[in-house]
Design a protein. Structure first.
Length: 457
């Protein structure tokens, strides 16, 4: 993570450090903390926030013709069974590549998106079922900071008015003087100085860092308990990122805040968070104390992500082993373990399905030694279909015995785990079908002090 080479301080009155004092200086080298974030013991064991089996599916808009020909209702599986608890005073990181569902979880916590199912409880109150009127008082205690400070501010509203606006909406100030005094105070606290001069400036007059400070000021003016910070420094210049993070830590101490910190950046998460949840395609795959996960990641995806962090030491530079392929489409998440098409440690029972076989056929067509014979015997790729755990093709007058033998033979050249996952290759009613076994059931398991969702454990 590109935070600048400076020292960042973190402290919290509600958190008892295990191995450090109340305040700690973390050195960073070109943005990378040289030592891991500390494990914390939180003095209040009651969760501030509980998320249980949260599911958020966004419906996909389809054309009239598509609806006419298909009864299937398509949806983006943005979040698919996320559970977590957040203790008062901690910083919980939601970490993962773009599109894995981090923002959706954050927005669901604030009731900015309606969950498809699941439960979110804040301070013991069921947010998911709370009526809008009941949620209003909660909304003051949960605030969100978005990635883009420019889009978060009304360009036609002076900064001072924007920061004071929530006080008016929630009726928390009796007159304009009180609003102004409060605004000037928080502007000083977030470093928006000289505050009297900046009060009447418009967002367009401020730098990116100043705008994000204004957004932070607007969030803390209501004295919230929980702040969901969605990639709060991702759009800022490198030079100001560290200072904004440092500000967030200072405010956490001052206001006794709890953060859900959303980031795709593992170095920032390591520096800032107490615990992290690594997300992949709508699921949490590893969840636990930062120190443990960074020192000894268990899930193959976490390992791949951590491998991809540049090491700030030319002598220790190791080859980067990134997962092969791209993140699959969240409209059609893979069966079994969603990471299985990319997993370097994949097992026979991880969820092999029809489309993996088609992908394998495609891969073979890129090989000049195999393409011709495959085309002759297996026919055109676009005639192959995949449905769930089966793949197949209608066959014409060709030699069925030769076809089935060739399919069996190419399976022996595939990844052994895929070959062993095949239940049957058969020809019935002029249709060849390759069928895979059902995957093993997958759920989070406790592994060395963290939860991991992987069949290796
Ligand atoms: N309003 C929406 N409508 C449809 N799909 C959405 C919407 N918002 C997000 N998505 C999709 O949901 C998935 C998760 O998105 P998001 O929560 O923004 O992930 P992240 O914050 O990790 O990048 C992505 O596939 C994204 O394209
Ligand atoms: S369950 Fe584990 S081993 Fe299997 S594909 Fe998923 S991450 Fe890899
Ligand atoms: Mg996001």
């Amino acid at each position: 993570m590109p935070i600048c080479s400076t020292s960042l301080r973190r402290a919290s009155p509600s958190i008892r450090r295990v191995s450090f004092g109340a305040t700690r200086i973390l050195p960073v080298w070109k943005g990378f903390p040289l030592s891991g974030a500390q494990q914390t013991v939180v003095s209040n064991p009651n969760p501030l926030l509980e998320v249980e089996d949260l599911v958020v599916h966004y419906p996909v808009k389809t054309s009239f013709l598509q609806r006419l020909f298909s009864r299937e209702k398509l949806s983006v599986h943005a979040v698919d069974g996320v559970s977590l608890t957040l203790r008062s005073g901690e910083i919980l990181g939601l970490v993962g590549e773009s599109g894995c569902g981090k923002t959706t979880v954050g927005r669901a916590i604030l009731k900015l998106v309606e969950p498809t199912s699941g439960m979110i409880r804040f301070e013991g109150i069921d947010v998911t079922r709370a009526k809008e009127a009941d949620f209003r008082s909660l909304r003051r205690r949960i605030q969100i900071i978005f990635q883009d400070p420019h889009a978060s501010l009304n360009p036609a509203m002076p900064i001072g008015r924007a920061i004071g606006h929530p006080l008016k909406i929630h009726g928390l100030a009796s007159n304009d003087r009180e609003v102004r005094d409060n605004v000037l105070r928080v502007m000083r606290e977030v470093g928006l100085t000289p505050e009297e001069q900046l009060f009447d400036k418009y967002p367009g007059d401020l730098s990116g860092g100043q705008k994000q400070r204004a957004v932070i000021a607007r969030a803390i003016i209501l004295k919230p308990r929980l702040i969901v910070a969605d990639e709060p420094v991702a759009m800022l210049d490198m030079s100001v990122r560290a200072r904004v993070l440092e500000l967030m830590l200072d405010l956490k101490t001052k206001y006794d805040l709890t953060y859900v910190f959303i980031t795709h950046d593992l170095a920032t998460a390591r520096f800032l968070c107490d615990r992290i949840a690594i997300m992949y395609l709508g699921r949490i795959v590893e969840f636990g104390p930062v120190k443990r996960i960074y020192e000894s990641p268990k899930h193959p995806y976490t390992r791949a992500l951590l491998n991809a962090i540049p090491i700030p030491d030319p002598k220790r530079r190791a080859p980067k082993i990134l997962p092969r392929g791209e993140v699959p489409d969240a409209v059609y998440p893979p069966a079994g373990c969603r990471f299985h098409p990319r997993c370097p440690a994949v097992l026979t029972t991880c969820g092999w399905e029809g489309r993996d076989f088609i992908d394998y056929l495609e891969e073979r067509r890129l090989n000049p030694e195999k393409v011709q014979r495959d085309e002759e015997i297996l026919g055109p790729l676009d005639e192959w279909w995949a449905r769930g755990f089966q793949a197949g093709r209608k066959i014409g007058e060709e030699d069925a015995t030769q076809l089935i033998e060739h399919v069996r033979s190419i399976l022996t050249e595939a990844q052994p785990q895929m070959n062993q996952a095949v239940r049957d290759v058969s020809i019935r009613d002029r249709q060849i079908t390759v069928e895979f076994h059902d995957p093993d059931l997958l759920g989070p398991k406790e592994v060395e002090g963290r939860l991991v969702e992987c069949l290796l454990y």
